[in-house]
Design a protein around this ligand. Structure first.
Ligand code: AP5
Length: 210
Protein backbone atom coordinates (compact mmCIF):
# COMPACT_ATOMS: atom_id res chain seq x y z
CA UNK A 1 0.00 0.00 0.00
CA UNK A 2 1.33 3.44 -0.94
CA UNK A 3 1.75 6.22 1.61
CA UNK A 4 -0.35 9.23 2.43
CA UNK A 5 1.96 12.24 2.34
CA UNK A 6 1.49 15.85 3.39
CA UNK A 7 3.74 18.37 1.63
CA UNK A 8 4.61 21.30 3.88
CA UNK A 9 6.59 24.43 3.10
CA UNK A 10 6.08 28.13 2.45
CA UNK A 11 4.59 29.49 -0.79
CA UNK A 12 7.08 28.87 -3.59
CA UNK A 13 9.10 26.22 -1.74
CA UNK A 14 8.44 23.75 -4.56
CA UNK A 15 5.51 21.70 -3.24
CA UNK A 16 3.81 21.71 -6.65
CA UNK A 17 7.05 21.02 -8.54
CA UNK A 18 8.13 18.10 -6.33
CA UNK A 19 4.57 16.80 -5.83
CA UNK A 20 4.06 16.62 -9.59
CA UNK A 21 7.33 14.72 -10.04
CA UNK A 22 6.31 12.22 -7.35
CA UNK A 23 2.96 11.81 -8.99
CA UNK A 24 4.47 11.21 -12.47
CA UNK A 25 7.32 8.94 -11.41
CA UNK A 26 5.82 7.03 -8.51
CA UNK A 27 2.11 7.04 -9.35
CA UNK A 28 0.83 9.10 -6.46
CA UNK A 29 -2.42 11.02 -6.73
CA UNK A 30 -1.64 14.69 -6.04
CA UNK A 31 -4.41 16.69 -4.42
CA UNK A 32 -3.64 20.41 -4.53
CA UNK A 33 -6.19 22.68 -2.84
CA UNK A 34 -4.67 25.69 -4.64
CA UNK A 35 -5.22 24.06 -8.08
CA UNK A 36 -8.76 23.02 -7.11
CA UNK A 37 -9.62 26.53 -5.96
CA UNK A 38 -8.17 28.19 -9.07
CA UNK A 39 -10.13 25.73 -11.22
CA UNK A 40 -13.31 26.66 -9.32
CA UNK A 41 -12.60 30.37 -9.88
CA UNK A 42 -12.06 29.80 -13.63
CA UNK A 43 -15.28 27.79 -13.95
CA UNK A 44 -17.31 30.39 -12.06
CA UNK A 45 -18.27 27.72 -9.49
CA UNK A 46 -19.81 28.83 -6.19
CA UNK A 47 -16.72 27.71 -4.28
CA UNK A 48 -14.54 29.83 -6.59
CA UNK A 49 -16.71 32.91 -6.05
CA UNK A 50 -16.47 32.46 -2.27
CA UNK A 51 -12.71 31.84 -2.38
CA UNK A 52 -11.46 34.42 -4.89
CA UNK A 53 -11.26 37.46 -2.59
CA UNK A 54 -9.23 35.53 0.01
CA UNK A 55 -6.88 34.13 -2.62
CA UNK A 56 -6.26 37.45 -4.35
CA UNK A 57 -5.25 39.08 -1.07
CA UNK A 58 -3.05 36.14 -0.02
CA UNK A 59 -5.33 35.20 2.89
CA UNK A 60 -6.45 31.66 3.66
CA UNK A 61 -9.83 30.49 2.45
CA UNK A 62 -12.02 29.65 5.52
CA UNK A 63 -11.40 26.23 7.06
CA UNK A 64 -14.96 24.95 6.63
CA UNK A 65 -14.90 25.44 2.83
CA UNK A 66 -11.53 23.74 2.45
CA UNK A 67 -12.27 20.87 4.82
CA UNK A 68 -15.54 20.07 3.00
CA UNK A 69 -13.72 20.18 -0.36
CA UNK A 70 -11.03 17.78 0.83
CA UNK A 71 -13.46 15.39 2.52
CA UNK A 72 -15.30 15.10 -0.79
CA UNK A 73 -12.05 14.37 -2.70
CA UNK A 74 -10.85 11.83 -0.13
CA UNK A 75 -14.16 9.98 -0.31
CA UNK A 76 -13.57 9.30 -4.03
CA UNK A 77 -10.13 7.65 -3.55
CA UNK A 78 -9.72 3.92 -4.12
CA UNK A 79 -8.46 2.11 -0.97
CA UNK A 80 -4.67 1.78 -0.96
CA UNK A 81 -4.10 4.77 -3.26
CA UNK A 82 -0.92 6.75 -2.56
CA UNK A 83 -1.83 10.39 -2.02
CA UNK A 84 0.11 13.63 -1.83
CA UNK A 85 -1.66 16.49 -0.11
CA UNK A 86 -0.19 19.69 -1.58
CA UNK A 87 -1.16 22.92 0.21
CA UNK A 88 -3.44 21.12 2.67
CA UNK A 89 -3.54 21.19 5.64
CA UNK A 90 -2.61 24.82 6.28
CA UNK A 91 -3.99 25.22 9.80
CA UNK A 92 -4.09 23.00 12.87
CA UNK A 93 -7.88 22.75 12.45
CA UNK A 94 -7.40 21.41 8.89
CA UNK A 95 -4.71 18.98 10.10
CA UNK A 96 -7.03 17.63 12.81
CA UNK A 97 -9.83 17.22 10.25
CA UNK A 98 -7.48 15.39 7.85
CA UNK A 99 -6.26 13.10 10.63
CA UNK A 100 -9.86 12.09 11.35
CA UNK A 101 -10.34 11.07 7.71
CA UNK A 102 -7.08 9.35 6.87
CA UNK A 103 -3.84 8.24 8.52
CA UNK A 104 -0.89 10.34 7.36
CA UNK A 105 2.43 8.45 7.06
CA UNK A 106 4.80 11.29 6.24
CA UNK A 107 4.89 15.10 6.47
CA UNK A 108 7.58 16.31 4.10
CA UNK A 109 8.70 19.87 4.77
CA UNK A 110 10.57 21.80 2.06
CA UNK A 111 12.83 24.39 3.67
CA UNK A 112 13.65 27.49 1.56
CA UNK A 113 14.75 31.01 2.63
CA UNK A 114 12.30 33.92 2.18
CA UNK A 115 14.51 35.91 -0.25
CA UNK A 116 14.55 32.97 -2.67
CA UNK A 117 10.78 32.45 -2.33
CA UNK A 118 9.96 35.98 -3.49
CA UNK A 119 12.14 35.55 -6.60
CA UNK A 120 10.61 32.17 -7.38
CA UNK A 121 7.01 33.35 -7.08
CA UNK A 122 7.21 36.67 -8.90
CA UNK A 123 8.91 34.95 -11.86
CA UNK A 124 6.66 31.89 -11.90
CA UNK A 125 4.48 31.21 -14.91
CA UNK A 126 1.68 28.65 -14.62
CA UNK A 127 -0.43 26.58 -16.97
CA UNK A 128 -4.17 27.08 -16.41
CA UNK A 129 -5.01 23.72 -18.01
CA UNK A 130 -2.58 21.10 -16.66
CA UNK A 131 -1.26 23.18 -13.69
CA UNK A 132 2.38 22.69 -14.75
CA UNK A 133 4.67 25.45 -13.39
CA UNK A 134 7.67 27.16 -14.97
CA UNK A 135 10.11 29.88 -13.96
CA UNK A 136 11.43 32.69 -16.16
CA UNK A 137 15.05 31.86 -15.33
CA UNK A 138 15.30 28.52 -13.44
CA UNK A 139 12.79 26.44 -15.37
CA UNK A 140 11.99 28.05 -18.71
CA UNK A 141 9.39 26.54 -21.01
CA UNK A 142 10.84 25.31 -24.33
CA UNK A 143 8.78 27.92 -26.18
CA UNK A 144 8.30 31.26 -24.43
CA UNK A 145 4.83 31.63 -22.91
CA UNK A 146 3.69 28.11 -23.88
CA UNK A 147 3.24 25.05 -21.63
CA UNK A 148 5.69 22.23 -22.53
CA UNK A 149 3.22 19.60 -21.43
CA UNK A 150 -0.11 20.62 -23.02
CA UNK A 151 0.68 23.61 -25.28
CA UNK A 152 -1.65 26.07 -23.48
CA UNK A 153 -0.64 29.73 -23.05
CA UNK A 154 1.04 30.32 -19.68
CA UNK A 155 -0.14 33.04 -17.27
CA UNK A 156 1.04 34.79 -14.13
CA UNK A 157 -1.12 34.03 -11.09
CA UNK A 158 -2.90 37.08 -9.61
CA UNK A 159 -1.37 36.30 -6.20
CA UNK A 160 2.20 36.13 -7.56
CA UNK A 161 2.77 39.92 -7.41
CA UNK A 162 5.27 41.39 -4.88
CA UNK A 163 2.71 42.74 -2.39
CA UNK A 164 0.55 39.61 -2.22
CA UNK A 165 3.58 37.34 -1.99
CA UNK A 166 4.71 39.22 1.17
CA UNK A 167 1.24 38.77 2.68
CA UNK A 168 1.22 35.05 1.80
CA UNK A 169 4.54 34.60 3.59
CA UNK A 170 3.12 36.37 6.69
CA UNK A 171 -0.01 34.20 6.58
CA UNK A 172 2.17 31.10 6.23
CA UNK A 173 4.26 32.00 9.30
CA UNK A 174 1.19 32.71 11.42
CA UNK A 175 -1.08 29.83 10.41
CA UNK A 176 0.90 27.03 8.76
CA UNK A 177 4.34 27.05 10.39
CA UNK A 178 2.88 25.51 13.61
CA UNK A 179 2.19 22.36 11.56
CA UNK A 180 5.91 21.60 11.56
CA UNK A 181 5.78 21.05 15.33
CA UNK A 182 2.39 19.35 14.97
CA UNK A 183 3.78 16.62 12.71
CA UNK A 184 7.12 16.46 14.51
CA UNK A 185 5.24 15.58 17.70
CA UNK A 186 3.56 12.78 15.76
CA UNK A 187 7.03 11.52 14.74
CA UNK A 188 6.40 11.70 10.97
CA UNK A 189 8.13 14.94 9.98
CA UNK A 190 11.05 14.94 7.53
CA UNK A 191 12.60 18.26 6.48
CA UNK A 192 14.39 18.46 3.13
CA UNK A 193 16.57 21.40 2.10
CA UNK A 194 14.54 22.86 -0.78
CA UNK A 195 17.23 25.09 -2.32
CA UNK A 196 19.37 23.86 -5.21
CA UNK A 197 18.75 21.93 -8.40
CA UNK A 198 15.22 20.57 -8.74
CA UNK A 199 16.45 17.06 -9.61
CA UNK A 200 18.78 16.95 -6.61
CA UNK A 201 15.92 18.00 -4.34
CA UNK A 202 13.73 15.34 -5.96
CA UNK A 203 16.34 12.66 -5.17
CA UNK A 204 16.14 13.65 -1.48
CA UNK A 205 12.34 13.75 -1.62
CA UNK A 206 12.21 10.22 -3.08
CA UNK A 207 14.59 8.96 -0.42
CA UNK A 208 12.30 10.37 2.28
CA UNK A 209 9.23 8.80 0.66
CA UNK A 210 10.87 5.35 0.40
P1 AP5 B 1 -1.43 27.37 -3.31
O1 AP5 B 1 -1.67 27.25 -4.75
O2 AP5 B 1 -1.39 26.14 -2.47
O3 AP5 B 1 -0.14 28.25 -3.13
P2 AP5 B 1 1.13 28.14 -2.13
O4 AP5 B 1 1.09 27.26 -0.97
O5 AP5 B 1 1.32 29.57 -1.81
O6 AP5 B 1 2.16 27.45 -2.92
P3 AP5 B 1 2.60 27.78 -4.34
O7 AP5 B 1 1.74 27.08 -5.35
O8 AP5 B 1 2.66 29.29 -4.51
O9 AP5 B 1 4.10 27.28 -4.36
P4 AP5 B 1 4.74 25.82 -4.39
O10 AP5 B 1 5.35 25.51 -3.07
O11 AP5 B 1 3.78 24.82 -4.96
O12 AP5 B 1 5.94 26.10 -5.41
P5 AP5 B 1 6.10 25.71 -6.96
O13 AP5 B 1 6.45 24.27 -7.08
O14 AP5 B 1 4.98 26.24 -7.79
O15 AP5 B 1 -2.53 28.33 -2.64
C1 AP5 B 1 -2.94 29.54 -3.24
C2 AP5 B 1 -4.03 30.18 -2.38
O16 AP5 B 1 -5.18 29.32 -2.30
C3 AP5 B 1 -3.66 30.45 -0.92
O17 AP5 B 1 -2.97 31.68 -0.76
C4 AP5 B 1 -5.04 30.45 -0.24
O18 AP5 B 1 -5.72 31.64 -0.46
C5 AP5 B 1 -5.76 29.34 -0.99
N1 AP5 B 1 -5.59 28.02 -0.37
C6 AP5 B 1 -4.99 26.92 -0.93
N2 AP5 B 1 -5.02 25.88 -0.07
C7 AP5 B 1 -5.64 26.33 1.06
C8 AP5 B 1 -5.93 25.73 2.31
N3 AP5 B 1 -5.58 24.46 2.57
N4 AP5 B 1 -6.56 26.48 3.24
C9 AP5 B 1 -6.93 27.75 3.01
N5 AP5 B 1 -6.66 28.39 1.83
C10 AP5 B 1 -6.02 27.70 0.87
O19 AP5 B 1 7.44 26.55 -7.30
C11 AP5 B 1 7.41 27.97 -7.29
C12 AP5 B 1 8.33 28.49 -8.41
O20 AP5 B 1 9.67 28.15 -8.12
C13 AP5 B 1 8.04 27.90 -9.81
O21 AP5 B 1 8.26 28.90 -10.76
C14 AP5 B 1 9.09 26.78 -9.96
O22 AP5 B 1 9.44 26.54 -11.32
C15 AP5 B 1 10.26 27.37 -9.16
N6 AP5 B 1 11.08 26.34 -8.50
C16 AP5 B 1 10.66 25.18 -7.91
N7 AP5 B 1 11.71 24.52 -7.39
C17 AP5 B 1 12.81 25.29 -7.63
C18 AP5 B 1 14.21 25.16 -7.35
N8 AP5 B 1 14.68 24.09 -6.69
N9 AP5 B 1 15.04 26.14 -7.74
C19 AP5 B 1 14.56 27.24 -8.42
N10 AP5 B 1 13.27 27.43 -8.73
C20 AP5 B 1 12.40 26.46 -8.33
Amino acid sequence: MKSKIVLLGPPGSGKGTQGEKLSEEMGYVRLSTGDMLREAVRNGAELGMKAKGYMDSGALVPNDLIIDLMKEKISTLEPGTGVIFDGFPRTVEQADALGEQIEIDLALNLDVADCELVERLTKRRSCPECHCVFHLTHNKPRQEGVCDKCGSPLYQRDDDCDETVCNRLEVYRKNTLPLIDYYERKGILVTVEGTGKMDEIFAKVKEAVR
